[in-house]
Write a protein that binds this ligand. Sequence first.
Ligand code: PRP
Ligand code: URA
Length: 208
Amino acid sequence: MSVTVVNHPLVQHKLTIMRNKETSTAGFRRLLREISLLLGYEVTRDLELTTTRIETPLQPMDAPTLEGKKLVFASVLRAGNGLLEGLLDLVPAARVAHVGLYRDHDTLEAVEYFFKAPSDLGDRLVIVVDPMLATANSAIAAIDKLKSRGATNLRFLCLLAAPEGIERFTKAHPDVPVFTAAIDEKLNEKGYIVPGLGDAGDRMYGTK
Ligand code: PRP
Ligand code: URA
């Protein structure tokens, strides 16, 4: 089990602006995209490299390139798309999976409404992205589904996590490393992360 908190000063500064309820929908979206670049740097830090023979204008060289098949970003809809866009700027050749899940407001269970992924998940690193890990019901369901479709090498990237969510997630999927910008105090009685930033999807898309 591995949990990495990305405490880079730029990440923390941007996260504070995102938490602020006065931040606009446009500002929230822009900041999430900016943070995704910094989180993406961390989550891909140890990707394996091979070399390829190229010729610079001066001489041939064996230069580093990423090893293996293109990785997959799996976005947990809707809010995962806020991280996905920046990550695709970092790794433009990545494949994309979409996992449509919403949290039932009464039971807090994750309800699946869409799934589309590359067929060869078992051959690829799959980085699952969703800004919020609250009860972890959504993240656990997303990973269950991806594993049932063959994925074996997974990571989970979020922006904010609750301690309760981290505990449940790492018990359910101890083989999946978690990367987050912060672990907050707790969940409130409605299953929201506090202090948190509110409902990530609503803040991204102005749907409240
Ligand atoms: C939010 C968030 C996660 C989930 C986290 O999505 O983006 O997917 O809640 O909560 P959990 O850990 O308790 O499952 P939501 O269900 O609000 O859907 P949305 O992204 O479409 O707004
Ligand atoms: N989903 C969110 O978007 N925010 C929370 O605080 C919990 C779940």
